[in-house]
Design a protein around this ligand. Structure first.
Ligand code: WT7
Length: 664
């Protein structure tokens, strides 16, 4: 075996375990076999207009669309000139079909009552319609009009769902801020979104203590005077200051408002919401999602990924995410309610009052479909099986995960300890930007393998390519791309057209680039290998920049190192290292000798694939004011490109000039 082959096998996760869907599950599923999946996927990608029109026709439209898709890369318009309303589709449509008395949303509070039981609220579609319409009228009375951005900063209470649905009902885009964020984050988002109204709570319960949400809003509003109205829902009864004229109690406004508020017919491409996601550099990006495409995609993916069954009286879906993230937007509220399946909303932490809280909830609420994150699963593993074993989890049918690659051992634990080896696991890959699932097993159709997010969703044309956009071979690492538009794709970054194009559309020509590395195995399963900013694909191997840097710094002569990739004729990418030495920078032969010694040292630590192809000694590295190395600049320098990027956040521009002048 050559050294190269041994590097191949070492850098790749070896996984031979395969789990076909249980036969009894497959039989009753929407998509019942790999063949059915493959045929439907093929049709959906070859004739997307016909496919998506069929899906859209399952929903309510005030006016039908003229064209399914208008595509001017990178701008998509879906269901052109259609008129619809997502809130209507989540609530009124079900009432009109005779389901008004069915449960839409179940909420469970965190803190036990005196008798040890928990606060539980159930909202039928009729209840939701009444509450949402009433609050929509409250917003209107505060001057909110179609198109006005409404900031929501609340805990996980039903009123958060009601507030967002009320926004959708009247066509006011919401901008939800996760309740764990600070005053500064609120201020930044209010300013960026030019939002004049905030809906918040006095506090939110987290592990038995109130988080002072209103206080954070007050602090934020000392830094901006844009906000004219603050509506405060009372949840914790903690002390808050109410500023006369600006601050209003939810319950006081609500009691005078009418509960009649017809849903506003929205254009398909009207803005539905903004959700901020942090980039690796720079300020958070306001990801824009519009009405119809987002609705159709989250509806379909909820239905297929979780195999949702609205007519099964036992169906009970629970996603443990916070609504402040995209997972909560798409898969606690919109996609699930659009499918007429009860969605469970839990207020607090997984270890309150004890480490078995999630399993207790599943047992009492008889949860059938459960969706959580790998980080939570690893935590549960650490807490131990005994917390799980206390509870009857036999209601569970499908287990989902999202947020990061799930390591195979965590997958196996989920499968064995939670799923009792009888529940398909859906490892869903997607992003805030994609709006909904993009790569995932379908629980009745896909043979899963631990650690892989398996196959493209129906309607999604995903591939792993090199930087030229050419598909790479089996098990060769590359860049994950989406080659065709999909309905719930982001429509832009709020107020920053250039950044939208630069971030998603300039890495691989003509394709959406999510900035994740991936490979496809011999069964056509996708494996996500991490963010491409942090890995370099060298001859098909993912090399973590961190690993090479650590190896360099472990050499006596090196003080600090930054490693980036650069285009390489043979290997696709090469490894370039910028090294700060402990002593003076040597010249001539001495410099060459040290470079050789460092290369050998890294080879010894990581193997041949990780060894640097270029080493440059430097006095300093380009860093931001907060001390982060600006790798995007180093990438241009390593590639010999002209520096055309924005360098305003750079601490010292002369470092870049010196590195450019010095050459490779
Ligand atoms: C990034 C998106 C989608 C909602 C939660 C995160 C990583 C997400 C997976 C998965 C491997 C995953 C990717 C992606 N990621 N799901 N199943 N397997 N990686 O949303 O904050 O927009 O982050 O999370 O790197 O690009 P987000």
């Amino acid at each position: 075996m050559s050294s190269n082959e041994s590097a191949t096998t070492e850098s790749m996760l070896q996984e031979s375990r395969r789990f076909p869907p249980p036969a009894a599950f497959a039989e009753q599923a929407h998509i019942k076999s790999p063949e059915e999946y493959a045929a439907l996927h093929k049709r959906s990608v070859e004739d997307p207009d016909a496919f998506w029109a069929e899906v859209a026709a399952e929903l309510h439209w005030f006016d039908k669309w003229d064209r399914v898709l208008e595509w001017n890369l990178p701008d998509a318009k879906w269901f052109v000139n259609g008129k619809t309303n997502l809130c209507f589709n989540c609530i009124d449509r079900h009432i009109e079909a005779g389901h008004g008395d069915k449960v839409a949303l179940v909420w469970e509070g965190e803190v036990p009552k005196d008798d040890g039981s928990f606060e539980i609220e159930r909202y039928t579609y009729n209840d939701l319609k009444r509450e949402v319409s009433t609050f929509a009228n409250v917003l209107k009375a505060r001057g909110v009009k179609k198109g006005d951005v409404v900031t929501i900063y609340m805990g996980m209470v039903p009123q958060l769902a009601i507030a967002m649905l009320a926004c959708a009902r009247i066509g006011a885009p919401h901008s939800i801020i996760f309740g764990g964020f600070s005053a500064q984050a609120i201020c930044d988002r209010v300013e960026d979104g030019q939002s004049e109204i905030i809906i918040t709570c006095d506090g939110s319960w987290r592990r038995g203590k109130p988080v002072p949400l209103k206080q954070n809003v007050d602090d934020a509003l000392k830094m901006t005077d844009r906000v004219k109205n603050v509506i405060v829902y009372r949840r914790c009864n903690n002390d808050v200051q109410m500023q006369a004229g600006r601050d209003h109690w939810w319950h006081e406004l609500d009691k005078d408002a009418s509960d009649d508020c017809p849903a506003e017919p929205m254009d398909s491409e009207d803005l539905l919401f903004i959700l901020y996601t942090s980039g690796s550099t720079g300020k958070p990006k306001g990801i824009m999602h519009t009405t119809a495409g987002y609705m159709v995609h989250t509806y379909l993916t909820s239905k297929l990924t979780f195999d949702l069954k609205p007519d099964d009286p036992d169906e009970m879906y629970w996603c443990t995410a916070d609504i402040g993230w995209i997972t909560g937007h798409s898969y606690i509220i919109y996609g699930i309610l659009a499918n007429r399946v009860p969605t469970l909303m839990y207020e607090g932490g997984p270890n309150f009052p004890a480490e078995d809280r999630f399993w207790d909830v599943i047992e009492r609420q008889k949860v059938t479909k459960f969706y959580t994150a790998p980080t939570a699963i690893r935590t549960f593993m650490k807490w131990g099986d005994s917390h799980v074993e206390k509870h009857d989890l036999s209601s569970l049918k499908v287990l989902g995960t999202v947020g990061e690659p799930i390591n195979p051992e965590a997958w196996m634990w989920y499968h064995r300890v939670i799923g009792k080896e009888n529940c398909p696991i859906v490892d869903t890959w997607w992003q805030t930007e994609t709006g909904g699932h993009m790569l995932t097993p379908l629980p009745g159709a896909t043979t899963t393998t631990p650690g892989s997010c398996c196959k493209p969703m129906i309607g999604i044309d995903a591939a792993v390519v090199n930087s030229e956009g050419e598909e790479v071979g089996t098990n060769e690492g590359g860049i994950l791309v989406i080659r065709k538009p999909w309905p719930s794709m982001l429509r832009g970054i709020y107020g920053d057209r250039e950044r939208f194009i630069d971030t998603y559309w300039s890495k691989v020509e003509g394709m959406y680039c999510p900035a994740d590395g991936a490979r496809v195995d011999e069964d056509g399963n996708f494996w996500i290998t991490g963010r491409i900013d942090d890995v370099i694909l060298v001859a098909g191997h993912n090399i973590g920049t961190m690993e090479v840097e650590s190896a360099l710094v472990s050499h006596d002569a090196v003080a600090e190192a930054a490693v980036v990739g650069f285009p390489h004729d043979v290997k696709g990418n090469g490894v370039a290292a910028f090294v700060i030495l402990r002593g003076a920078i040597p010249q001539g032969d001495e410099a060459d000798a040290l470079k050789k010694a460092l290369t050998k040292h890294v080879r010894g630590e990581l193997g041949p694939i990780g060894q640097p192809d270029q080493i440059r000694f430097t006095e300093a590295l380009p860093k931001t004011r907060s001390g982060k190395i600006m790798r995007r600049l180093l990438r241009d320098i390593a590639a010999g490109n002209e520096i055309k990027q924005d360098t305003t956040t750079l601490e010292d521009r002369t470092i870049v000039d010196k590195l450019v002048a010095q050459g490779g």
